[in-house]
Design a protein around this ligand. Structure first.
Ligand code: NAD
Length: 353
């Protein structure tokens, strides 16, 4: 099979393979689409099973970032870098320097950021070689953690979904079941508590979930039973592929909106939820808050209030999507994809950052 026939490869602009025997760097950078601006996407360092797995992730994630940045109205396209290495042992200064040179060789067409297996210290190391890095911590140590912004985006997506689906302008009194109270889920739970929502929480870390539940007057259920909770909203904030055929059959909530990436185990699950009358908010619409904040960091006029307002705009984007989905009888995922694709074709300069 020709490499160009790879299922995910058909519409990528450029894919770079790098091999540096001196440092041991083996890396792939995928640029899916740069019509709206330079491709933005994280650097994942992982001991992949084989090259095909690494390539598959670079292609899939960079494509996903194009959709996410377009729907977030950012002047960026989608990119992704993967380094085939064990982040615990292989992240030597010379490997990071070689990766920095590779990113720099693209002259700003790809901008990197923290992702799984890479951290703030790695970003600092790359920044010594190339300016095309975002999400650096400032000298006081602030910045770098996108999860508060992601949680703010999910909270605003919930508001949009609730207004559209339940006709309510407030979250007060609504029952929200959250799966996973890590960085994003715990912050989201606090926003919801402040808004007067009633919370049901689950996490495999029983200490973390019980302690949060005490503070927020929330109920805790076992991880396996969170899907069966009678709730208005189910918020997946633990891991991907959680919405499989069985879960979609079991879910009791009217709305699904959460932070986890790639929530649908199969594309068909979007149709299954639609058929059951459950409104599924596409994950890449709801969880774009962190990317929006990171994109703002490239601007000299970074202003936190404007960042939060930009993220809050997820609410109106979502309402547009849900309104079109209702009118056309299609799933929100189908409409979100279409809206993003319309935006790839927008003339440059229309995006707001
Ligand atoms: P995290 O690791 O801090 O939190 C995940 C939590 O889920 C942990 O507390 C973990 O114990 C719990 N968990 C794991 N398996 C579980 C299970 N079976 N049932 C219940 N709980 C379980 O991660 P995070 O940064 O909060 O991110 C959560 C999700 O959102 C991930 O899928 C991540 O890819 C996605 N996401 C995060 C961000 C961000 O800004 N952090 C941005 C976009 C997407």
């Amino acid at each position: 099979m020709s490499i160009f026939d790879h299922a995910e490869f058909s519409d990528h602009e450029q894919v770079i393979f790098a091999n540096d025997p001196v440092s041991g760097l083996k890396a792939i950078i995928a640029i899916h689409n740069s019509y709206r601006g330079p491709a933005l996407g994280g650097l994942h360092i992982h001991s992949y099973r084989n090259d095909a797995q690494a390539l598959g992730e670079a292609l899939k994630s960079s494509r996903g970032m194009t959709y996410k940045t377009a729907l977030a109205n950012l002047p960026h396209g989608g990119g992704k870098a993967v380094v085939i290495a064990d982040p615990r042992y292989d992240k030597t200064p010379s490997l990071l320097e070689a990766m920095g040179r590779l990113i720099d060789s693209l002259d700003g067409r790809y901008i990197t950021a923290e992702d799984q297996g890479s951290d703030a210290a790695d970003m600092q190391a790359l920044a010594r070689v190339t300016p095309h890095v975002v999400g650096l911590r400032n000298p006081a140590g602030a910045g770098g953690d996108p999860s508060p912004y992601t949680a703010w985006g999910v909270f605003n997506a919930m508001r949009g979904a609730v207004r559209h689906t339940l006709g309510k302008t407030e979250l007060c009194g609504l029952r929200v079941a959250i799966q996973g109270v890590g960085h994003v889920g715990a912050r989201l739970a606090r926003y919801l508590h402040e808004a007067g929502a009633r919370l049901v929480l689950s996490d495999v870390d029983s200490h973390a979930v019980n302690s949060l539940a005490r503070h927020l007057d929330a109920r805790v259920v076992a991880p396996k039973t969170i899907f069966d909770v009678e709730a208005d909203i189910f918020a997946p904030c633990a891991m991907g592929a959680v919405l499989n055929a069985e879960v979609c059959r079991r879910l009791q909530a009217r709305i699904v909106v959460g932070a986890a990436n790639d929530q649908l185990a199969e594309p068909a699950c979007a149709e299954q939820l639609l058929a059951r009358g459950i409104v599924y908010v596409p994950d890449y619409v709801a969880n774009a808050g962190g990317v929006i904040e990171v994109a703002w960091r490239r601007r000299a006029d970074y202003d936190r209030r404007q960042v939060m307002a930009h993220i809050a705009g997820i609410e109106s984007t979502l309402e547009t999507i849900l309104e079109r989905a209702g009118r056309e009888g299609l799933s929100p995922v189908a409409i979100a994809d279409r809206l993003a694709e319309e935006r790839f074709a927008e003339p440059r300069g229309k995006a707001s950052v």
